[in-house]
Design a protein around this ligand. Structure first.
Ligand SMILES: C[S@@+](CC[C@H](N)C(=O)[O-])C[C@H]1O[C@@H](n2cnc3c(N)ncnc32)[C@H](O)[C@@H]1O
Length: 295
């Protein structure tokens, strides 16, 4: 395991955005190293439920009677809140994607920097690994994933190279994928995008995010806040449109007088980390913070 599990991005801005109410009920749907969760408790939350689908996150557990860990995908937020008898919540934080731990843990297969089985499951008990996808999806399906989730302009060419290579021998390890893609080793940005695209598909990150957003909208009390940190343009667009409109399609409904009928008032519209934070923590450079308040 890496020494630093995670360094939370935009910690101060996120906690300010949540506007924590003493005794309020809060949910951190992406516990990870627990940096944000600890700060929510320190800010005086009455109770905090922290979700993570990766059991490794439990190494960071918090010794506080106000804290409950939920080892689950956050797409089941509504079911878990029902289970705990919480009809409404005062605030929710989502710090999307993977933690440093995932990238820095060679055997998890998230990084092209290490030789490892092509796995990439955040939930280690999930059935489908990255190797399953790479070896079974059609060329067109792979091209779409690379284009949509990795924003790789040459997604089609890369998918073709991969399909040619796998016809000779199954692609089982990170280095097999790098070789099959034919992306030169020095093009590390492209390789990172290829791995990101595959990781998003393995973990159905967009599907889970959509389900969680709908549940969060319904659970938040009037005056309750939702704070979301996004790390790539596709998830950021989804969150931006959702917070503007209150629906997944991003359709802004207006009343007779032209007033926006969205259930949210926007508080932060895509704030980025300060130059000083990025210098200290370069991985915060792609973070965007969006905060909204339920009307
Ligand atoms: C960017 S890290 C969060 C870091 C955290 N804010 C901190 O301060 O350490 C994202 C975490 O969310 C978890 N995660 C991502 N998607 C999830 C999902 N759909 N359900 C549950 N946990 C998820 C990952 O396993 C990872 O530990």
């Amino acid at each position: 395991m890496s020494e630093v599990y995670h360094i939370p991005a935009m910690l101060k801005e996120t906690i300010e955005g949540l506007n924590i109410k003493p005794e309020g009920v809060y949910v951190d749907v992406t516990f990870g190293g627990g940096g944000h969760s600890r700060a929510i408790l320190e800010a005086g939350a009455g109770h905090l439920y922290s979700f993570d689908q990766d059991k490794d996150a439990l190494a960071n557990k918090i010794d506080d009677e106000r804290w409950t860990f939920v080892h689950s995908n956050f797409r089941y937020l509504r079911n878990w809140m029902d289970y705990y008898g919480e009809e409404q919540i005062d605030g929710l934080l989502a710090d999307l994607g993977v933690s440093f731990h995932h990238f820095d843990c060679p055997e998890r297969g998230f990084s092209f920097r290490f030789s490892a089985p092509l796995d990439m499951r955040m939930n280690q008990t999930a059935k489908r690994t990255a190797a399953d996808i790479i070896n079974s999806y059609s060329e067109e399906e792979l091209a779409n994933i690379f284009y949509l989730y990795g924003e790789l302009k040459n997604g089609r060419g890369i998918a073709k190279n991969i399909c040619r290579a796998r016809a000779q021998k199954a692609i089982e390890r990170t280095e097999d994928l790098v070789a099959a893609s034919r992306i030169p080793a020095e093009m590390s940005k492209e390789l990172a995008r290829l791995f990101q695209a595959l990781r998003i598909e393995v973990n159905d990150e967009m599907g889970a995010l959509r389900e969680m957003l709908l549940a969060a909208r319904d659970l938040l009390k009037p005056g309750g806040r939702i704070a979301i940190l996004t790390y790539h343009s596709l998830e950021d667009r989804l969150v931006k449109n959702f917070l503007r409109s209150g629906n997944l399609e991003g359709t802004i409904e207006k009343d007779f007088y032209g007033n926006n009928l969205s259930p949210f008032t926007l508080i932060e519209k895509g704030r980025e980390a300060s130059a000083e934070e990025i210098e200290r923590n370069p991985r915060a450079r792609s973070a965007k913070l969006r905060v909204a308040e339920k009307k």
